[in-house]
Write a protein that binds this ligand. Structure first.
Ligand code: 5AD
Length: 419
């Protein structure tokens, strides 16, 4: 989501990108507020530009994204070299804002969540890229008790079907072969009577597009219709990122996730019945306030039962304004650290075992380009969203090829191209 927003910021300014901060006329730190660490990282990155501003007083320095939204004009008070604060919904007003600062030399804040036309700016697109994001939804209507997103990104707004189709078609004419639809709870997308399953079906008809992905799905919004659209359209990849957050019903209730361990497992069962090879990945929070040893063990049990292909796991981070941050039952850091390490080790073993089981199988890989470490190797992804590296020519970029897997690693697979 943030990468997408950064590309939108880049595109709407019509300025050349530079890697050298000394050269920049405008510096923008795009920020994430989901956990405290990310939030602090954004603020400390801003600090790096303090001295430069002394040497280059006309340089415009701004902060964008969720940290900008969260702290608003407090940031101008706290950071004297900051010129503007821009919330995630205000990206379309960025060009006007920069012109105004240049002319009037006045600092400003734009954090209204009521701005319309939030999808107006398309992201910068790098020539030759095989895979691209398409935003289909902004904001979130869920009320998870730990999450800051609804506060900083506002209520859910769904993009009309035709706009999504047009952006996707446009990307295909530029050489894109795979799109990933993004939204906070992407599968709750609905517009003009259409539901998420209809979106998948419609996009699958676009000629030249080879693959469709989407992230992040919300468990309770996985419907039969969505699953049958996934199963019925070969272009839709066999992967779902379905954050479970906890395996304890007590914690899930406190998190206000609106599902139970049992109903989550039912969804997994239905997904696997319809799409037997589907890869399932997840997010987990450990050390949520009040999480007991028993609750945590239930999470481990669930991870064991589902055998997720991989997962992201986080220590609970109290976020300002969220109900969970007010809890009196915060878990000591040491215990959260232990639980996180245990969970990650547990998941690693599952992932490696599953990846090693793929040795000998033939995977369809959409080639994205040269591998980072060795240009005589190509890198791509299989339908399960796993990185697959293999020796081969760059001319395969943008094509789906068959690769026989020879090695299963923690974060990728290696193999040999089949002619
Ligand atoms: N603390 C820790 N992790 C969080 N996430 C969201 N909010 C918090 C928080 N306050 C995690 C969830 C979510 C992922 C994007 O970030 O697991 O799915």
């Amino acid at each position: 989501m943030n990468e997408y927003d950064s590309d939108r910021i880049r595109n709407c300014l019509d300025l050349e990108l530079t890697q050298d901060p000394q050269e920049a006329d405008v510096v923008i730190i795009n920020s994430c507020a989901i956990r405290q660490k990310a939030d602090q990282k954004a603020l400390s990155s801003l600090g790096k530009f303090k001295h430069l501003k002394v040497k280059k007083p006309n340089q415009i320095v701004g902060i964008a994204g969720c940290v900008a939204q969260l702290y608003g004009d407090q940031l101008l008070n706290k950071i004297p070299h900051l010129d503007f604060v821009l919330g995630p919904r205000a990206i379309p007003s960025l060009p006007e804002l920069v012109t105004r600062i240049e002319k009037e030399k006045k600092r400003c804040v734009e954090t209204s969540l009521d701005l319309e036309e939030i999808f107006e700016v398309e992201p910068y697109h790098e020539n030759g890229k095989v895979s691209a994001f398409v935003s289909v939804q902004q904001g979130c209507n869920k009320v998870c008790s730990y999450c800051i997103v609804p506060f900083v990104r506002g209520k859910e707004i769904n993009r009309p079907l035709n706009d999504i189709l047009n952006e996707t078609k446009n990307l295909v004419t530029k050489g894109v072969r795979e799109v990933t639809f993004i939204g906070q709870t992407v599968n709750s997308w609905k517009a003009n009577g259409y539901k998420f399953g209809d979106l998948l079906k419609n996009v699958a008809e676009i000629e030249g597009l080879l693959r469709i992905r989407f992230t992040t799905s919300y468990p309770r919004d996985v419907t039969k219709k969505m699953i049958s659209a996934m199963a019925g359209a070969p272009k839709v990849c066999h992967h779902i990122h379905l954050p479970v957050q906890s395996g304890s019903n007590r914690i899930l209730a406190m998190m206000k996730r609106t599902y139970t361990k049992e109903s989550y497992l039912d969804i997994i069962k239905t997904l696997r019945e319809s799409i037997p090879d589907i890869a399932i990945t997840t997010d987990v929070i450990v050390g949520f306030p009040g999480e007991s040893e028993k609750d945590f063990n239930e999470t481990l049990e669930l991870v064991k039962e589902v055998e997720f292909d991989s997962s992201f796991s986080f220590k609970f981070s109290p976020r300002p304004g969220t109900p969970a941050a007010e809890s009196k039952e915060l878990i000591p850091e040491m215990i959260s650290n232990e639980r996180l390490a245990m969970l990650q080790k547990f998941q690693s073993e599952i992932t490696i075992r599953k990846n090693q089981k793929k040795v000998g199988s033939v995977e369809e890989v959409l080639v994205e380009g040269e591998s980072r470490n060795d240009p005589s190797w190509q890198s791509g992804r299989n339908t399960h969203n796993q990185v697959v590296n293999f020796p081969g020519p760059l001319s395969l970029k943008g094509k789906i090829v068959n690769v026989r897997i020879s090695e299963g690693l923690r974060n990728s697979l290696r193999g040999v191209l089949l002619q």
